[in-house]
Structure formats: C-alpha cells, structure tokens
Design a binder for this molecule. Structure first.
Ligand SMILES: Nc1ncnc2c1ncn2[C@@H]1O[C@H](COP(=O)(O)OP(=O)(O)O)[C@@H](O)[C@H]1O
Ligand SMILES: [Mg+2]
Length: 252
C-alpha cells in the first residue's frame, strides 16, 4: 500500500512555473508531471523554452513563481541539499561537457567518488559496467578528444547513470552529432527507457519519440500548447501550431 502510494507521487512536477528573462516571458504557467518510469518527449520550435524548462528542473535556472517538486518535495534553494538533489537528476546536453584532460574512466568515476563518497575501486568497477553498457568500455583509458562525438555522448550518459539518478533529462542529445552517430546514442536511450528509467527528452527525433515516448509535450512561446500519446499527437495534432511545426520538420 505505502509503496503504491509513493509511486503515485510524480518523480518531477512543475506547478504554475513562470519565468522571465527581462521582458521575455520565457515560461508561462508550466504545469507538468512526470511519473516513475515514464518517458516524456518535449518538442517545439527553437526558442520556445524547452531548454529553460529543463534547466529549471534542477535549478540551473531560477523561476519567478510556481513550484518545482522532486518526488513531492520542493527543490531546495541552495547549498548542500540543492547539490544532493541535483546529483539525483541526470542531465545530458547537446554538448557533452566531458573533462577534456581526464580519461573516460575518470570522467565517469569523478562524481561517484567526490559527491557520493564511493571508494575508488568500487566506482571504477561500476564505471566499467556502465561503459560496457553504452558500448565504449574499450575506450576507458583514452581522453575525450580521442573518441567520436557519438562515443563521447554515450560516455556522458554513462557518467550521469553512475550517480544513480532518479530521472534523466536529455536536452537535444543528438543535435550536435554527425548523422551516422545519432542512432548509436538513441539506441542507448531506448535501452534505458526499456529498463524503466524516468526520462525527459527534448528532441526532434520523431521516430525515437514515436517508438519510445509514453507522452509527447509540444511547447511554443513558453507554453505547453498540446500534449498526448505519441501516435495521437503525430497523426492527429489538435492545434494549428503543432501542425505547422510538424510540417516544418518533416523529412528531417
Ligand atoms: N540566459 C538567457 N538570457 C536571456 N534570454 C535567454 C537566456 N536563455 C535563453 N533565452 C531566451 O529564452 C528563449 C527560450 O530559450 P530556450 O529555452 O533555449 O529555448 P529552446 O530550448 O526551446 O530552443 C529564447 O528566446 C532565448 O533566446
Ligand atoms: Mg534548447
């Protein structure tokens, strides 16, 4: 009973979130719940506020009003508690942001050792398992520049997973990749989704969205304009804005 009750609390919840950048009203009354194990895909035109929304979830951006709740608890404003909460939300960006002067293995063990206080040998064992899982174990002793973009992004995913996150957020993780490397990253994300990871994914990869999303959210001008099951959204978008957007990206 108590377990079921816990599972009903969304992993991530945004309530009436508003944010401005000066005169720009970048997030307008955003309300969103992400359930445990759910894969939410966020799509929308450039500049619609998708990245800003992702960044408010782990407080890389502050908000003007509203609430961000992680497992029902308000996001701490600062300090140790905020750092601890951030560590529980994995974030993978378009740019991989690996430490250039550290090996792949060190990139993945750094957080667990420094933030989680894990012992080095334990952290390395776990890191090697994760690197194997994303298919780059044989690159462990190299530095990031020796890897392809697709490999680096898979390392970035392994690095996030090493922190045992409650949820993973992906902000256009394949947008900076050469086309032939996109699928190797998406395949890792598909496996994660199948394994039950709670995921928020900003992407223009519509095949991925159709295949993996439990729900699609369409944003425009800082608002959630439409949301629904992927087939329903892609085949029968309800709003003209969503239809226009889907037409504009067809063939990509
Ligand atoms: N730090 C910032 N300062 C001022 N404006 C910003 C900042 N970051 C983003 N913006 C603006 O906010 C809007 C939404 O940006 P963003 O969240 O990056 O959109 P998306 O990810 O959907 O492309 C854009 O108009 C962008 O120029
Ligand atoms: Mg963006």
């Amino acid at each position: 009973m108590s377990l079921n009750h816990t599972d009903e609390i969304p992993v991530i919840e945004l309530r009436h979130v508003d944010k401005h950048y000066g005169d720009l009203h970048v997030l307008r009354d955003i309300n969103l719940k992400v359930s445990r194990g759910e894969v939410l895909v966020v799509i929308g035109p450039s500049g619609s506020g998708k990245s800003t929304m992702c960044r408010t979830i782990n407080r890389l951006e502050t908000i003007d009003s509203g609430d961000v709740l992680i497992e029902g608890k308000p996001l701490p404003k600062e300090g140790r508690e905020l750092a601890a909460m951030r560590a529980e939300l994995g974030m993978v960006f378009q740019q991989f942001n690996l430490f250039a002067h550290k090996t792949i293995l060190e990139n993945v063990t750094l957080g667990p050792i420094d933030v989680l206080g894990m012992k080095r040998d334990e952290a390395e064992k776990r890191a090697m398992e994760l690197l194997a899982r994303v298919g780059v174990a044989e690159q462990a002793q190299k530095v990031p520049a020796q890897l392809s973009g697709g490999q680096q992004q898979r390392v970035a995913i392994a690095r996030s997973l090493a922190m045992n996150p409650k949820a993973m957020m992906f902000d256009e993780p394949t947008s900076a990749l050469d086309p032939e490397m996109i699928n190797e990253v998406l395949d890792v994300m598909v496996e994660l989704a199948r394994g039950g990871m709670t995921m928020v994914v900003v992407t223009h990869e519509m095949n991925f969205a159709r295949r993996v999303a439990d729900r699609v959210v369409f944003m425009a001008d800082g608002q959630i304009v439409e949301e629904g099951a992927p087939d329903e959204f892609f085949d029968h978008p309800k709003t003209q804005r969503a239809r226009d957007f889907l037409n504009s990206i067809k063939g990509h």
